[in-house]
Write a protein that binds this ligand. Structure first.
Ligand SMILES: Cc1cc2nc3c(=O)[nH]c(=O)nc-3n(C[C@H](O)[C@H](O)[C@H](O)COP(=O)(O)OP(=O)(O)OC[C@H]3O[C@@H](n4cnc5c(N)ncnc54)[C@H](O)[C@@H]3O)c2cc1C
Length: 388
């Protein structure tokens, strides 16, 4: 069944025809290509790699960047794209977020002309895959403490360190690795096959199973001078990439929530208990659905407003923290409520709810946990940083 959308408050009336067209294209792709395979992929712990070229053809990678074969979408169009992809699966949206916001964006914003020409057109087509290596075994929420080192030796950089929980790590043709040099934190383009650089997959995940997650190891990994991103100096380099990706997450999770809500709503109308009445006829069930659709509507409006601010250059990182934090918490709550309304079926892979619920546990944690974004908002409203 094609997805009909969830729009209680006529939010669609606030989108342009072009924005709705982008959403429709992504919606048809998800219905036709993702929904039929994602259950098996999640069970088997496999990323649907066969979809990579098709998403390139459709312009999904770096979609809100201009030139280099990118689609040049507005940020609202890009947000609607992320929403539809995550309705399919958070792993798929993560792949596109990492490719576009965490890899193409830093090359586009901080890279040399040579780096841009070499990577961006191929990445836009999905012929080259990227990953973003910031998190380390000892430094997650506090990347400022990172232990990975970049040392200048003659005309080369020598990298040593370890990154972990890296999306698309072992699939990537190029890793954006953040390392501490004498002058501060710098970003490096580390190509697959570089001696001293290896990626190994993390197994045993109960979340994001249709996504590749890896550890990266750098042992005396020698890179030419030209491998460094010349324009990224200090922690604000990686943090600015995370702001881009968090913006996409703020939209994406609304898609997962919409899918869970719609599944629960339909189920509650058809499932009968007590005198052959639909469970939707019970007041407690209706209250749950009312709360779910209210929270989804608020999240849709927040995402759309953030998109309009971003399109006019007014969205700042503290705004994005509110978007990411609120919408992730909302989506996880909706998934848990939907699982409850489906009773025993709520834990079955035959419904998308439990898969989304497991995935959303990751989405709440990565790209800044709920706590860290609360501290960003707290700092904005008090002027006092409370991270330490
Ligand atoms: C599936 C998956 C994919 C990922 N993909 C990537 C990727 O592509 N690239 C990448 O670099 N990273 C990636 N990550 C890593 C992710 O960004 C980190 O897991 C996240 O930043 C949290 O770090 P941590 O796991 O070390 O938790 P920790 O930082 O150890 O935090 C543990 C808990 O302590 C809390 N906490 C920590 N400090 C504070 C504080 N000051 N105040 C209050 N509470 C605090 C946190 O909120 C959390 O609840 C991924 C993670 C997962 C699970």
């Amino acid at each position: 069944m094609p997805f009909r959308g969830v729009d209680y408050m006529l939010v669609d009336s606030l989108f342009s025809e072009q924005e709705l067209l982008v959403r429709q294209t992504a919606r048809e792709f998800v219905d036709g290509e993702v929904v039929p395979v994602v259950k098996d992929c999640f069970r088997e712990g496999r990323f649907p790699a066969h979809l990579i070229p098709k998403m390139g053809e459709l312009g999904f990678y770096g979609a809100n960047l201009e030139g280099y074969g990118c689609a040049g979408m507005s940020n609202v169009e890009y947000g609607l794209l992320m929403q539809e992809l995550e309705r399919g699966d958070s792993g798929l949206r993560s792949f596109c977020s990492v490719q576009g916001a965490l890899c193409m964006y830093p090359i586009y914003t901080y890279g040399s002309d040579e780096q841009k020409d070499k990577w961006l057109p191929r990445m836009a087509r999905g012929e080259a895959i990227g990953c973003f290596g910031l998190t380390e075994p000892g430094f997650g929420s506090n990347p400022a403490g990172m232990g990975t080192r970049a040392e200048k030796q003659g005309g080369e950089w020598v990298l040593n360190g370890e990154k972990t929980w890296i999306t698309s790590g072992s699939a990537a043709d190029v890793a954006i690795v953040w390392a501490r040099a004498e002058e501060g934190i710098r970003g490096f383009l580390v190509e697959k096959g570089t001696p001293g650089f290896t990626a190994s997959d993390i197994h045993g995940k109960l979340s994001m199973r249709a996504s590749i997650t890896s550890s990266l190891s750098l042992v005396n990994c020698r890179l030419p001078e030209s491998a460094m991103l010349p324009g990224a100096k200090g922690l604000k380099g990686p943090l600015s990439c995370l702001t881009q990706a968090r913006y996409g997450i703020g939209w994406g999770v609304v898609g997962a929530a919409m899918e869970c809500y719609e599944t629960a709503r339909e189920y509650s109308i058809t499932r009968k208990q007590f005198e052959n009445r639909p469970i939707a006829s019970h007041q407690l069930v209706q209250q749950k659905l009312a709360e779910m659709i209210t929270e989804i509507t608020k999240a849709q409006l927040l995402a759309m407003h953030a998109g309009r601010l971003k399109d006019t250059g007014k969205l700042d990182p503290a705004h994005v923290s509110m978007l990411k934090r609120n919408n992730c918490a909302m989506a996880l709550d909706i998934a848990r409520a939907a699982r409850d309304l489906l009773g025993a079926n709520g834990i079955s892979e035959d419904y998308p709810v439990f898969r989304h619920m497991c995935n959303l546990e990751t989405v709440k944690t990565y790209e800044g946990t709920d706590h860290i974004h609360a501290l960003v908002i707290g700092e904005r409203v008090t002027g006092i940083a409370a991270y330490k």
